[in-house]
Design a protein around this ligand. Structure first.
Ligand code: FAD
Length: 292
């Protein structure tokens, strides 16, 4: 099923992101995660794809296929291009086509020092490349606080418009912790004439080890309320997990109440417990929006 058809049927689409296990661990460690996430019946599950370096991408493609063909959940397969060649990207497209995957999140990816490949410069180079080869629904990434390389949020939104005009059918946001940034972004994006559905990307911060890495990677700011929570509970893993779940649920409730997004994409970090807790508490709100 094309995810654009899900957006046509629902006002609030609910989905998860998963990632492949490291190359040195057995792929089977992901099976229980996929089964548990599928049991929660999200509208789709996305699968990350490396942008070079220690590539684990065959596993990403395999997980997308498993979701589709074994767990019967629609996959959204991420596909990056920046450190790759046209031949390699085409190979991945062919695998996805062969496995019946219908939805791809087209991404540039981050530069990896030492890899110098110029087949693709921006995501806007990848979109027509895929469209010439497959009839996928193509989604794209967007950044409520602006992409870290962009000189301003307005310039980033101009570049986003270029991507959308090339044929993206929906957007998923980078994670953010201050909903006001998201609401401001949505106002600007809509004013710029970008009309595709946008799902808010929410990451529950539940582990000390992931907090610093996440903040650095996503270049997102931490509101005082969240900083207090991290400080207070950083030495108590259980309490930190509970606080992180509550913070994410609060963000989701606020976003769904606002009507600003067309759904929620939860970065569940392959943690079925966190996914279940959040789903149990927000699915009633998602259903409520869908009944309107
Ligand atoms: P682009 O849209 O190409 O934008 C990159 C930068 O270039 C921006 O600053 C933009 O303003 C500018 N720009 C864009 N087009 C042009 C143009 N034509 N001319 C001039 N400037 C331009 N990374 C992974 O490696 N694997 C993943 O699975 C993955 N999943 C992600 C999922 C989501 C929802 C998000 C938000 C990010 C994800 N990322 C992933 C991270 C992403 O790859 C990086 O943020 C990357 O730096 C940008 O990718 P992009 O597709 O947004 O790039």
């Amino acid at each position: 099923m094309k995810i654009s058809d899900i957006f046509k049927a629902k006002k609030a689409v609910y989905s998860f992101e998963t990632f492949p296990p490291k190359a040195d661990s057995d792929i089977s460690v992901i099976y229980d995660v996929l089964a548990s996430l599928s049991d929660l019946k999200p509208d789709y599950i996305s699968v990350t794809y490396s942008a070079g370096g220690k590539s684990n991408n065959a596993r990403s493609l395999e997980i997308a296929s498993l979701l589709k063909n074994k767990y019967h959940i629609e996959p959204l397969a991420h596909l990056t291009c920046i450190n790759s060649t046209k031949e390699k990207v085409e190979e991945a497209i062919n695998v996805l086509k062969r496995e019946g995957v219908e939805n791809v999140l087209a991404l540039r990816g981050d530069r990896v020092p030492g890899i110098d490949c110029n087949d693709f410069k921006y995501c806007s180079d990848l979109i027509p490349f895929i469209k010439e080869r497959a009839d996928f629904d193509l989604a794209g990434a967007c950044y409520p606080e602006g992409h870290p390389e962009a000189e301003s949020l307005d310039v980033d939104i101009d570049n986003l418009k270029r991507k959308v005009d090339l044929g993206l059918t929906h957007l998923n946001t980078q994670l953010f912790f201050d909903n006001e940034d998201f609401f401001r972004f949505i106002d600007k994006v809509r004013a710029a004439g970008i009309n595709v559905p946008i799902q808010a990307g929410i990451m529950p911060l539940t582990k000390k080890t992931t907090i610093d890495r996440t903040i650095q990677m996503a270049a997102t700011k931490i509101p005082a309320k969240l900083a207090r929570m991290i400080n207070k509970f950083s030495d108590d893993p259980e309490a930190l997990k509970e606080a992180g779940i509550l913070y994410a649920e609060d963000q989701i409730a606020d976003i769904l109440s606002s009507g600003a997004s067309q759904g929620i994409h939860v970065y569940v970090m392959n943690n079925p417990y966190v996914a279940k807790r959040i789903t149990d508490n927000v699915i009633g709100l998602i259903n409520g929006v869908n009944k309107e």
